[in-house]
Design a protein around this ligand. Structure first.
Ligand code: AMP
Length: 324
């Protein structure tokens, strides 16, 4: 049997460059290799783990599919579906009996969210990593193209796989991250990672050249010269973007200039913005051609395949757990 891949993006807004570079680019690479069966979902249940607006969620669920297709996910090669159309929530409940509340509360990702807004620390949020484990284990997936922010969650999936295998003699692979070059895209604010939930931190895949220019122009910089290269902050973000969009030679040139004659950020920012826009333009053009019907067709077909596979994994576990 070929190896399997599972990944997804939360239906909490349009995709940004971090999503593309950390996850979607890896999803495409694995889809186009003959060695893998690929399953790509819209994580709409995960969108319920933070505050959400039902009407907006309804729109976002379809917009993520549109973004996927525009980026190059191909329904003839990958199963593309919405998480809530399948049985992931049921599977996640079974898996939750293997994890303690204490273990889940100690996850740094959970603690960060609680610190940001304690009033929104719901049971769904605590359960987020178990739902993600269910997403992955339901397909017995081996590889998971996700950004570095998901590593603590991937560890939970690995832990649950081991527990299921030990308890019941099952054969769940311990899933591994498929790491892309952009596995940690920094924020445009210069602090932390590019994130949907931090205004001013991201570039959307649908942004115009003007929008990109103005966002990149706002990245905080310094005098352009120093005896050491900055390892964080806005200048580091610019260097990362140079590496990702203009290549290693240009990055080396920028670093040399920073350490000697000085770097002119105005010119560099313009060059970065243009290269990002040139990269996004074909994606934006394809996006305009995707009809609502096409989106519906893709997820209807995807749901059917997903339910068969997840249903079969669930039955296997239900027998072991004494539920059948
Ligand atoms: P989310 O929108 O939180 O569901 O994230 C969807 C995917 O994008 C996950 O695999 C994340 O790890 C990835 N991702 C989100 N932000 C970044 C980032 N700044 N750098 C790299 N990957 C990211």
């Amino acid at each position: 049997m070929s190896k399997r891949v599972l990944s997804g993006v939360r239906a909490s807004g349009r995709l940004h460059l971090g999503n593309y570079l950390g996850a979607v680019s890896g999803m495409i690479e694995l889809q186009n290799s003959n060695e893998y069966e690929t399953f790509y979902m819209v994580a709409d249940l995960h969108a319920l783990t933070t505050p959400f607006d039902p009407e907006q969620l309804r729109v976002n669920r379809r917009e993520v599919v549109r973004d996927y297709l525009a980026c190059g996910l191909d329904p003839s090669k990958s199963v593309i579906f919405e998480q809530s159309d399948s049985y992931h929530a049921e599977f996640s409940f079974y898996l939750s009996s293997f994890m303690t509340v204490a273990r889940m509360m100690h996850l740094p990702t959970y603690k960060d969210k609680v610190k940001q807004s304690p009033e929104n620390a719901s049971m769904a949020l605590l359960n987020y990593p178990i739902l993600m484990a269910a997403d992955i284990l339901a397909y017995k997936a081996n590889a998971v193209p996700v950004g570095d922010d998901q590593m603590p969650h991937l560890e939970i999936a690995r832990e649950i796989a081991r527990k299921l295998n030990d308890a019941y003699g099952l054969d769940f692979p311990e899933p591994e991250q498929f790491k892309t070059k952009g596995h940690l895209v920094p924020s445009l604010t210069g602090m932390g990672k590019m994130s949907k939930s931090v205004e001013g931190s991201y570039i959307l895949l649908t942004d115009s050249l003007d929008q990109i220019n103005s966002k990149i122009a706002g990245v905080p910089t310094d005098s352009g010269q120093g005896s050491e290269l900055p390892s964080d902050g806005g200048v580091n973000t610019l260097f990362e973007l140079v590496d990702l969009f203009l290549g290693e030679n240009k990055l080396q040139e920028c670093k040399n200039a920073y350490l000697s004659t000085g770097l002119r950020y105005g010119d560099l920012k313009k060059e970065i913005s243009e290269s990002i826009y040139e990269f996004l333009r074909p994606i934006q053009e394809r996006r305009l051609q995707i009809s609502d019907d096409e989106v519906e067709r893709v997820i209807t077909a995807g749901a059917k395949v997903s339910r068969e596979i997840v249903g079969s994994t669930i039955s296997q576990l239900r027998v072991k757990m004494g539920l059948i």
